[in-house]
Design a protein around this ligand. Structure first.
Ligand SMILES: Cc1cc2nc3c(=O)[nH]c(=O)nc-3n(C[C@H](O)[C@H](O)[C@H](O)COP(=O)(O)OP(=O)(O)OC[C@H]3O[C@@H](n4cnc5c(N)ncnc54)[C@H](O)[C@@H]3O)c2cc1C
Length: 401
């Protein structure tokens, strides 16, 4: 018979970290969490009204959080992709989806193409100050007439070969919409069409200063959630840039931006899991404190089962993100799995936060509990960086359909 010592006991509160993370990641997590809770979260209410303050960037740059996975020679921390996951996960403790998004656009959407495709001069001029938080970046893909269908964009860059320019200049005309950080950004990674007859080979990325003549920040757009972020409608009117403003290979911008979207989607998925977990934790506490019919509401089977469902879905999402991140980190380009993780976690986070609001009852509908804001913020994840329907299409097509 087994002795008491040799009995295998279930571990219901497993706290062991996932195998992708090391002690260093744990330390990083702790220092980001402490910064986010002490220096960012206290401003969440105010920033909901007036968008978050620009000082966040230089402060995060000073702490080394804006270049976690970039090489030290550019001012980065030389870490791996998992360090970016840690940042995305910990930013949810700012209690401000809009702030987390504004920072993620800078660290994981606009600057990665500069690092991967940029020339040394471009890296020195844009990436290095971006890592320090001295230059804020944004990414311009979406247009009033083209969102999901990136190939339908109309912003045109035309080579100007008139005398005097030596064919070394480009003139850009068009517009971009829903651009996060668009009002505050110092530079933009801009997707343009350079050859309308060349199909997917007719797109080119440009790196543009946002104060260049002809760049117009037309207006700040009002939105359902993510109020702490600024979302802009931008216009480009005869913006003249030198040939050195081309980012990556001329004509290969479509492929470059499709690569960028993979990292963006995976980071978004990590944020969804962390956001769902945060709402779950807040709600678990609430369900233990709030009583009805003589007992804490968490003791009702109906509520207990909601928690069980939510925890299971969150865990499934987390495993998808970590396993896919492991493949990404190890040099694979797993578009199908990234799309699956993006699709699943976005839906999952919306379902979880909605259920958390329900468990809060009337309090969930009130601003002071924070669930109402999370509910509005989280909805964006099923739209931004590729809608659910686009993810389904990518996944379906990957099976040859
Ligand atoms: C708050 C916010 C911040 C954003 N930040 C940025 C940013 O910083 N930079 C940037 O470039 N963009 C940004 N976006 C834009 C975002 O990526 C797009 O909104 C998104 O890709 C969807 O494009 P769309 O809005 O034009 O929708 P549409 O493409 O018009 O789609 C409308 C509907 O049709 C569906 N649909 C479209 N095509 C298909 C299809 N083939 N099959 C089935 N259904 C389809 C869509 O799924 C959707 O339900 C942001 C958006 C928001 C709301």
């Amino acid at each position: 018979m087994a002795t008491a010592d040799s009995l295998l006991k279930p571990d219901h509160a497993a706290s062991r970290k996932h195998f992708i993370f090391t002690e260093e990641h744990d330390q990083l997590r702790e220092s980001i969490r402490s910064f986010v809770v002490k220096e960012l979260a206290p401003h969440a209410e105010q920033w909901e009204e007036e968008t978050f303050a620009d000082w966040v960037f230089p402060r995060m740059g000073e702490l080394g959080f804006l270049g976690l996975s970039y090489p030290e020679e550019y001012g980065g921390q030389g870490g791996d992709y998992y360090a970016n996951l840690v940042l995305a996960e910990e930013m949810v403790h700012s209690n401000s989806g809009g702030l987390a998004m504004g920072v993620a656009v800078h660290t994981d959407m606009a600057t990665p193409p500069v690092f991967l495709f940029g020339t040394e001069e471009q890296k020195q001029e844009y990436l290095v100050p971006a890592i320090r938080g001295e230059k804020i970046s944004c990414l311009g893909i979406t247009e009033p007439d083209a969102g999901s269908d990136v190939s339908g964009i109309k912003t045109r860059a035309v080579r100007d070969s008139r005398s005097g320019t030596g064919g070394d200049e480009w003139v850009i005309n068009g517009s971009k919409t829903y651009i996060t950080n668009g009002l505050r950004a110092d530079f933009i990674v801009l997707v343009t069409k350079t050859d309308p007859d060349a199909g997917y080979d007719g797109f080119t990325l440009f790196l543009l200063d946002m104060d260049a003549p002809g760049v117009i920040r037309e207006k700040k757009l009002e939105k359902l959630g993510m109020h702490a972020s600024d979302t802009a409608l931008l216009a480009f009117q005869d913006v003249r840039v030198p040939a050195e403003a081309v980012l990556g290979q001329e004509g290969k911008g479509f492929y470059h931006i499709m690569w960028e979207l993979q990292g963006e989607r995976l980071i978004g998925a990590a944020g969804c899991v962390a956001g769902a977990q945060k709402a779950f934790d807040m709600t678990l506490k609430y369900a233990g404190e709030r009583s009805a019919f003589g007992r804490p509401i968490g003791k009702f089977q109906a509520i207990r089962h909601k928690f069980a469902e939510m925890a299971t879905k969150i865990e499934a999402g987390r495993q998808m993100v970590y396993t896919t991140a492991w493949r990404f980190q190890n040099g694979e380009y797993p578009v199908r799995e990234i799309s699956m993780a993006k699709l699943y976690t976005a839906r999952m986070a919306c379902e979880v936060v909605d259920e958390c609001l329900q468990i809060h009852g009337g309090a969930g509908y009130m601003k002071e509990y924070g669930i109402e804001r999370a509910w509005r913020d989280v909805r964006l994840n099923r739209i931004g960086a590729g809608t659910d329907e686009v993810m389904l299409d990518v996944i379906g097509r990957s099976y040859g359909l």
